[in-house]
Design a protein around this ligand. Structure first.
Ligand code: NDP
Length: 480
């Protein structure tokens, strides 16, 4: 049985009240560890450590900060297998995915922001004719809170922490209570890389207690949160009267729009991935597939054929395409949505049920599921499922599909498959999302702004956007 601890002021320590939570292994459904059930007092300890570290860290030369971040990246890479195994066991994702995507990208986050901070510049404005010059300072905020979800645990955790500390802040961070393991391992890596104590503090526990204490804390000046829209709305309500800076990366219900003139084979291969990667538990998955009528029947047949080849298996099976869903609750939620879809008249074209894996009967496995629907208004097309479930619908015209794509409360990402340049320009302009992929999916360049509109969030992360979020601009005007 593994027992993990909080990482506060550079040291691993037990929660003050000695409260613990069970950690489940999604592959087997068994408890395999315990994690701190941290209270307000633990968060207080973390904030105190962060406040004490801030003076030193914010005055550390940028080159020195940069070197430490890059060292953290190197150490994550050196321990790739240990991290990937922990991530896969904790989350249920296939080990191949943790090895090729989650952990390498977590290392990239530190390397990227370690480099980006050396290039981050502010502006100056000469007030011509007035003998004055204005320049903008970009000061770190102080103590900031980073709260992340369970689907891409270390990847999204570091996506926040790396820019926050690169910019000179000190951090109190909470990973999802469902997937705490890799965040726990990160503490040791930070110590080895020479990150001064108190710069990063990792507190484990429930969202409603530990997370809430971070959001409520008067000395935490900014919150970067990734998670569900409902939680995001709650956090905004708590933080707004305290005038905290907020970055909210929330849910999605992303359209995948396929026109007949696309590169068909490439589209088909990528659509299988954009539907079911990470068991469909990626906020960017294209869960609403719209296909132009002339190729709808062909696509339906080919898609079902390709999806039927996917292997659902235990996470450490190197041949697994889909592993386990993250938790019993999440698995039940996804199965409930399949029932809702059926009751609304949706037709199950593939899957729709639990997957039975020999030797892992109590794990949270589910078949990749394709549901044909005839209206975009149905709940399965309007609400975020966050599992291996996609819907199929045909469309006749560009206007019709654009209307359906936008007719949803979310606005995170969209994928468009076409070779028509004029259509591409029209559609990309009008899609109400923060990100549009054309003829690809989830191709990431860390310099680009990342985030959504409508109920998918507020603000952007990535590149200089993240460094702007984690700094406060101060204008200085000098008359001469
Ligand atoms: P939740 O909103 O349930 O939780 C996210 C994090 O917030 C967890 O660490 C959680 O802790 C914590 N939390 C919960 N309640 C509170 C609270 N009152 N105050 C402070 N923190 C709290 O989301 P999930 O973990 O279920 O993640 C799935 C969601 O994340 C999906 O909606 C998905 O779309 C979204 N997401 C968005 C992305 C984006 O970039 N837009 C990327 C990835 C996911 P605990 O786990 O302990 O409850």
């Amino acid at each position: 049985m593994t027992k993990i601890q909080n990482y506060i002021n550079g040291k691993y320590q037990n929660p003050i009240a000695d409260g613990w939570l069970d950690n489940y292994c999604p592959a087997t459904g068994e408890v395999y560890g315990q994690i701190p059930d941290s209270s307000k007092e633990d968060v207080e300890l973390a904030v105190t450590a962060a406040k004490e570290a801030f003076g030193g860290w914010s005055n550390t030369p940028i080159d020195d900060r940069s070197k430490i971040l890059i060292k953290i990246a190197d150490l994550i890479e050196e321990n790739l297998e240990q991290f990937a195994e922990a991530e896969s066991k904790d989350n249920g994702k296939p080990i191949s995915l943790a090895l090729s995507v989650d952990i390498p990208r977590a290392a990239s986050n530190f390397r990227f922001f370690g480099n980006a901070i050396t290039q981050f510049a502010s502006e100056s404005h000469e007030s011509v004719g007035q003998n004055a010059i204005n320049y903008t300072l970009r000061k770190p905020i102080g103590v900031v809170g980073c709260i992340s979800p369970w689907n891409l645990p270390l990847y999204l955790f570091t996506w926040k922490i790396a820019p926050a500390i690169a910019a000179g802040n000190c951090v109190v961070a909470k990973p999802s209570e469902v997937t705490p393991m890799t965040a726990y391992l990160l503490g040791d890596i930070c110590t080895k890389a020479g990150l001064p104590k108190g710069v990063l503090n990792i507190v484990h526990g429930l969202g409603t207690t530990t997370g809430q204490a971070i959001v409520e804390h008067p000395h935490i000046k900014a919150i970067s949160f990734t998670g569900g829209t409902k939680t995001g709305a709650h956090i905004a309500k708590v933080a707004a009267p305290m005038f905290k800076k907020l970055s909210l990366e929330l849910g999605g219900k992303n359209p995948n729009i396929i026109f007949a003139d696309c590169d068909y084979d490439e589209m088909l291969k990528t659509t299988v991935r954009s539907s079911f990667a990470n068991q469909g538990q990626i906020c960017l998955c294209g869960s609403r597939i719209f296909v132009e009528k002339s190729i709808y029947e062909k696509f339906k047949t080919d898609f079902i054929k390709e999806v039927s080849k996917l292997k659902v298996s235990y996470p450490s099976d190197v041949k697994a395409n889909l592993g386990a869903l993250v938790s019993k609750e999440q698995s039940q939620k996804v199965l409930d949505y399949v029932e809702i879809a059926k009751n609304e008249g949706g037709k199950i074209l593939f899957g729709g049920e639990k997957a039975e894996i020999v030797g892992f009967e109590n794990g949270y496995y589910m078949q990749p599921t394709i549901i044909e629907v005839d209206s975009n208004k149905c709940r399965i097309n309007q609400e975020e499922v966050f599992g291996p479930v996609v819907t199929l619908m045909s469309f006749d015209s560009e206007e019709e599909v654009l209307k359906m794509a936008n007719d949803v409360k979310y606005g995170l990402s969209a994928t468009l498959w076409t070779n028509d340049l004029k259509r591409t320009m029209r559609m990309t302009n009008q899609l109400e999302t923060g990100i549009v992929w054309v003829n690809t999916w989830m191709m990431r360049d860390l310099r680009t702004p990342f985030g959504g509109v409508k109920a998918s969030g507020v603000g952007r992360e990535g590149g200089f956007e993240a460094l702007r979020f984690f700094t406060e601009p101060k204008n200085v005007c000098i008359k001469y």
